[in-house]
Design a protein around this ligand. Structure first.
Ligand code: ADP
Ligand code: ZN
Length: 210
């Protein structure tokens, strides 16, 4: 199955993607994680992306479309994949269509704007592997340490309050129109984001198993 997770920053796309990934044994492709890894390794792409990410803006379409095209051509995507954080604009969705990629379900996780700020301010990510946690809603087994790899948990620079507002406004302007785009293709399924991760997961799995 080929799945897209849609939703505001901090709506829980990444968390749901990881869970579904494991359950269906298909890879999650997170453009955010790929770009952050490039930033850390100071590749040409990372250097190009830096100023956009830091300002809370989207990285240019041609850069992310290139990343996705390369990644989807890899062997492990043959039996399905999950896209987390792509597409984020109409041109990106059109590029997927132009590549002849068939999408089965687009799961839109809805979380009100008021909740987003609170979620992002409590988010912590592993400096080493990029896994994501929350100080209230998704605590690691031991505080400040990644369950998966033992790395330090830190706050992402773009989770700072000023940047969060910009990211939310970019989301409404550029990404939200994708709901209508996929609705028209009868691919859109909506999940109301719940307080507890496992409750959101139950709703997600129900939609995917239908
Ligand atoms: P979140 O977890 O908050 O949804 P991501 O980790 O997916 O955010 O992305 C972080 C940043 O990386 C975005 O704010 C944007 O600058 C860049 N980015 C990620 N995916 C895309 C995309 N598909 N198009 C443009 N920029 C992207
Ligand atoms: Zn880790």
């Amino acid at each position: 199955m080929n799945i897209i997770f849609l939703g505001a920053p901090g709506a829980g796309k990444g968390t749901q993607s990881e869970i579904v990934s494991e359950k269906f044994a298909i890879p999650t492709i997170s453009t955010g994680n790929i770009i952050r890894a490039a930033l850390k390794n100071e590749t040409a792409m990372g250097l190009k992306a830096r100023s956009y990410i830091e300002a809370g803006d989207l990285v240019p379409d041609d850069v992310v479309i290139g990343i996705i095209q390369e990644r989807l051509a890899e062997d492990d995507c043959k039996n399905g994949f999950i896209l987390d954080g792509f597409p984020r604009t109409i041109p990106q969705a059109e590029a997927l269509d132009a590549m002849g990629i068939r999408i089965d379900k687009v799961i839109d996780i809805e979380v009100p704007d008021e909740k987003i700020a609170q979620r992002l301010s409590g988010r912590r990510v592993c400096r080493n592997c990029g896994n994501s946690y929350h100080i209230e809603y998704k605590k690691p087994a031991s505080e400040g340490i990644c369950d998966a790899c033992g790395g330090d948990l830190v706050q992402r620079a773009d989770d700072a309050p000023e940047t969060v507002l910009e990211r939310l406004s970019v989301y409404h302007e550029k990404t939200e129109p994708l709901k209508a785009y996929y609705e028209k293709k009868n691919r859109l399924f909506t999940v109301q984001g719940q307080e507890r991760v496992e409750d959101t997961t139950a709703l997600t799995l129900k939609l995917l198993e239908e």
